[in-house]
Design a protein around this ligand. Structure first.
Ligand code: GLU
Length: 442
């Protein structure tokens, strides 16, 4: 039992998870899985004002979304008040703590831990660390209202949960000089510590709102995949020791070690995350991708009924390489659900007014009308043949068509576009464009 690794992610739920905290969760998870140990969740919910039921629900939702499965029911710190108070009593009895009215402002006595000796511990990431008594001060463990401070609750819960390794952000290095003696005073062996380097921007400053998104929910809302975020954050401070970047979860688990976590600040690269995301989209099984993209369409209020497997099969391959995030999808395909409301005046001038565009569209309407079995191939071939017969460059036929179908001279590949839009709709849009652009034109 003593040898089994037990680690925990111990967030204070405030509604969203900062990616620094998420990275700590990921490293805990990878370490536990690599060691065949347990990954636990402790919700440090003692701040009643901020730790609302909604905040806790969304924390659990993000854990599930990220696939950070924990092995035992979550521990709610707020439920352990009696245990925290009992620990304070024990420390009073053993002389490690004393009562004091200092700072309690006449509201009774707080319990204060005596810290008048040197403290040393060896951090797996940072090496041996020492602080001398002169730099340490006694600190409150139980407030005069009987509630524990972060330090006491954190340590008492780690003991109760049998935590063997504490893996957390290095903003907690200083706290650890309080925690190590608390463990010892409570008769417990301190866990091993691994303090993860801070996540910084490209100027080496702590990543903040000003640099871009910093919370999991923001990345989710922007169409990032949990696997891409997981992969990118796993590599924040850790590397597998070779130049691999795209890694499956199994590969990360197999390669993970705390010894390979670097102590120096870890730069977060938004463009790299975007790259990871597009790679994950490119490799995602078709069925899964379709499901996510259907979700995007539904969220945009677009009706997907009547779009069958053939429609999706034709769409997925051309669309995949164009998606950096899931949010790139709807703008690319909206045209298959809604005709253009307006025509780009520059494109109308260039492709309809200044050349042969209008005649091309009339010709294409006739050619397309004669295509019996409407597929990407038959429609594409009809377009190509028309261009050849008229001695036109492909673009001279395709660009007016794009304007007619999409309102501007951009689209997915023409054959796919024609198929996905459907023959009737293609003909209707050509007609409509000829009328509208005709009326507005010269
Ligand atoms: N609730 C603390 C935090 O989120 C826990 C730190 C720890 O892992 O011990 O920073």
């Amino acid at each position: 039992m003593a040898d089994v690794v037990r680690v925990r992610f111990a967030p204070s739920p405030t509604g969203d998870i900062h990616i620094g905290n998420l990275r700590a969760a990921i490293h805990n998870f990878l370490f536990a899985r690599h060691e065949g140990g347990k990954f636990l969740l402790r919700i440090e919910d003692t701040d009643k004002e901020r730790n609302t039921p909604q905040a806790i629900a969304s924390l659990l939702d993000y854990m599930a979304w990220m696939g950070l499965d924990f092995d035992e029911p979550p521990v709610y710190q707020s439920k352990s008040l009696a245990m925290h108070q009992e620990a304070a009593e024990r420390l009073l009895k053993s002389g490690h703590a004393y009562r004091s009215t200092k700072g309690a402002e006449g509201k009774g006595e707080a319990v204060v831990f005596r810290l008048n000796f040197d403290v040393s511990y060896t951090d797996i990431v940072k090496g041996p660390l020492t602080k001398s008594a002169a730099d340490l001060k006694d600190f409150v463990i139980l407030r005069s209202d009987g509630t524990p401070t972060f330090h006491l609750a954190n340590v008492v819960d780690d003991i109760a949960m049998g935590i063997t390794h504490v893996i957390r952000g290095d903003d907690h290095v200083e706290n650890t000089f309080k925690h190590v003696p608390l463990f010892r005073a409570l008769g417990a062996e301190p866990p091993k510590y691994a303090h993860l380097p801070q996540i910084v921007n490209d100027k080496g400053k702590p990543l903040s709102k000003r640099d871009g998104d910093v919370n999991v929910g923001e990345f989710r809302a922007k169409g990032y995949l949990p696997d891409a975020l997981f992969n990118a954050l796993a590599l924040c401070g850790w590397s597998p020791g070779d130049d691999r970047e795209m890694m499956t979860r199994e590969e990360m688990i197999a390669a993970f070690s705390l010894e390979r976590v670097r102590p120096s600040p870890a730069r977060f690269d938004y463009r790299k995350l975007e790259w990871f995301n597009s790679q994950y989209i490119a490799r995602m099984p078709a069925g899964k991708l379709r499901e996510l993209l259907e979700g995007e369409l539904a969220a945009a209020g677009l009706d997907t009924s009547g779009r069958d497997a053939r429609w999706w099969d034709a769409l997925l391959d051309p669309v995949r390489p164009r998606l950096k995030t899931l949010k790139d999808f709807v703008p690319l395909v909206r045209t298959f659900f809604e005709p253009p409301e307006t025509y780009d005046p520059k494109d109308v001038r260039k492709h309809l007014d200044e050349g042969n565009g209008r005649r091309v569209l009339e010709g294409l309407a006739a050619v397309f009308g004669a295509v019996a079995d409407w597929t990407a191939q038959s429609a594409g071939t009809a377009l190509q043949k028309y261009a050849e017969e008229k001695g036109l460059k492909f673009g001279d036929a395709a660009q007016p068509l794009r304007v007619a179908l999409n309102g501007r001279a951009v689209s997915l590949p023409m054959d796919v576009t024609l198929f996905l839009m459907g023959k009737d709709e293609v003909l209707a849009r050509i007609r409509r464009c000829l009328q509208r652009a005709g009326a507005a034109g010269t």
